[in-house]
Design a protein around this ligand. Structure first.
Ligand code: FCB
Length: 476
């Protein structure tokens, strides 16, 4: 996607009209490892995140997902809370090691039953379940057999997807194969800041390919079983802009947009890798892992694209006179473009230090719609971490509320310009385990006291409930 926006476009979108189209899907999202806990119950075996979080020094303060929000035991109350907030849809993920503890073989009944009960509870409260099959918790057994850099993992994923779909398909009709394959591949096998923590650039590129191949195979299997189901994938897309209009900065933006966005969008929606990114990766891989027919499988038609949007990358050319590190030592999540500089502009940021950039969401929605037309789009995650304070039993998170408001106005602007955006899932329902940041970052609309496991809806949750009730925002 070309056409980066002006880096100054950070002001909130004010005065935009407020009503969303009828039937707009209002939801919230979570992921299994971030909330479930109960890691050794119901036949579940370790995933790469159990191994990684228990390894010294990998996660801030040594936090693990062993207990998390204890949602495995409290799901029924959590669903009641969702109903109180008026959610129309809930995006959850299934933990692969609950379903296939050894990474192969028939489904583990206890694991499938847990998700059946959860889904039934949702349906009883008129909340539509949206199920993500892979939100990063690869069974450790599969990592031990090679993980995502190994081709076989793609077939294993498709088997797992097919059996989960067969077990839940009578009550779940919305399916997301993968969450953010960029993170699985490039944080998991490139920079190593996510599980399994490997740092081999060529492996990260292979992992990306096999994730997408697994997505294609799983999509085919689910489509064959139930052609009327909605099947999509979720990508984390970024608005990308150059720091200046110099050719070097423009090239940096092209590279980062290439790896972050087009390296996944093009294969999945067009059946080809972007030529410029393939050439950027020359020193890293010869793409010998791509076999005939793979790209056709990867491009199996989708019902929708899920977009997770958080921020913008502003980038600049490598500094002159600084010798590039050999790529294999770089431990970067940007293989082949390790020297690109990420710059900050001094605009407001969240507690993750991510720039707040709602216009970037309009931009990304319009670019996707322009470059990959016809596809219904959903925001499957959008949200912000801020330092929350519990005062007299209340959390007044006006900063998070403002973030949601600005980004929903951005969604509205995009829809008004013709983008087929059909729904929005706030990240996240609950404060939860934020991967390598452990419990130090709070993204929830609902505050979780991790000692007592008490849930306290923040001001943003009550506000969001009003948005859902009105199917829109109030005038500013
Ligand atoms: C996304 C992840 C999600 C959460 C948010 C903050 O990249 O999909 O699990 O960690 O970021």
């Amino acid at each position: 996607m070309s056409n980066p926006a002006s880096p100054q476009s950070t002001q909130l979108l004010e005065g935009v009209g407020s009503t969303f189209p009828p039937g707009f899907v209002w939801g919230a999202a979570t992921a299994a490892y971030q909330i479930e806990g109960a890691v050794a119950e119901g036949g579940r075996t370790p995933s790469i995140w159990d191994t990684f979080s228990h390894a010294p020094g990998r996660v801030l303060q040594g936090h693990t997902g062993d207990v998390a929000c204890d949602h495995y035991h409290r799901f029924s109350d959590d669903v009641k809370l969702m109903a109180e907030l008026g959610l129309k849809a809930y995006r959850l993920s299934v933990a692969w090691p609950r379903i296939q503890p050894d990474g192969v073989g028939p489904g583990n009944q206890e694991g499938l039953d847990f998700y059946r009960r959860l889904v039934d509870e949702l349906l009883e409260h008129d909340i539509e379940p949206w199920v993500t099959l892979y939100h990063w918790d690869l069974p450790q057994a599969i990592e031990d057999a090679g993980g995502w850099p190994a081709r076989d993992t793609a077939s294993r994923f498709a088997e797992y997807a097919a059996l989960t779909h067969a077990a839940l398909g009578d009550r779940v009709r919305n399916w997301i194969t993968l969450n953010e394959p960029w993170c699985s591949a490039f944080l998991g096998y490139g920079s190593g800041v996510h599980a399994p923590g490997r740092t081999v650039p060529a492996e990260s590129v292979r992992a990306a390919h096999h994730l997408m191949l697994g997505h294609g195979l799983a999509t085919q299997a689910m489509r064959a079983a139930r052609p009327d189901h909605e099947v999509g994938v979720t990508l984390n897309l970024y608005a990308v802009s150059p720091q200046t209009d110099s050719p070097g900065d423009a090239d940096a933006a092209r590279r980062i947009d290439g790896l972050a966005n087009r390296f996944f969008l093009d294969p999945i929606l067009r059946g080809s890798y972007p030529a410029d990114v393939v050439s950027d990766l020359d020193a890293v891989t010869d793409f010998g892992h791509v076999r005939d027919g793979d790209l056709d499988t990867i491009a199996t038609p989708l019902s929708f694209l899920g977009i997770n949007y958080y921020s913008r990358h502003v980038v600049a050319a490598p500094l002159e006179g600084v010798a590039p590190e050999p790529y294999w030592r770089a431990q970067s999540c940007w293989p082949g473009s390790e020297q690109v500089r990420f710059v900050t502009r001094g605009v407001p940021v969240t507690d993750m230090n991510w720039e707040i950039d709602a216009p970037g969401l309009v931009e990304i929605l319009q670019l996707v719609h322009r470059d990959y037309p016809e596809l219904p789009l959903y925001i499957t995650e959008n949200g912000s971490a801020f330092v929350d304070e519990l005062v007299d039993g209340q959390v007044d998170d006006s900063d998070r509320l403002g973030y949601f408001d600005a980004h929903l106005r951005a969604c509205h602007t995009a829809i008004a310009s013709g983008v087929p955006l059909r729904g929005y899932f706030a990240w996240s329902l609950l404060d939860n385990y934020e991967w390598a940041w452990g419990y130090t970052k709070r993204f929830g609309m609902v505050y979780v006291d991790y000692d007592s496991q008490l849930r306290i809806p923040k001001a943003s949750a009550r506000w969001y409930a009003g948005v859902i009730r009105r199917n829109g925002l109030t005038a500013q």
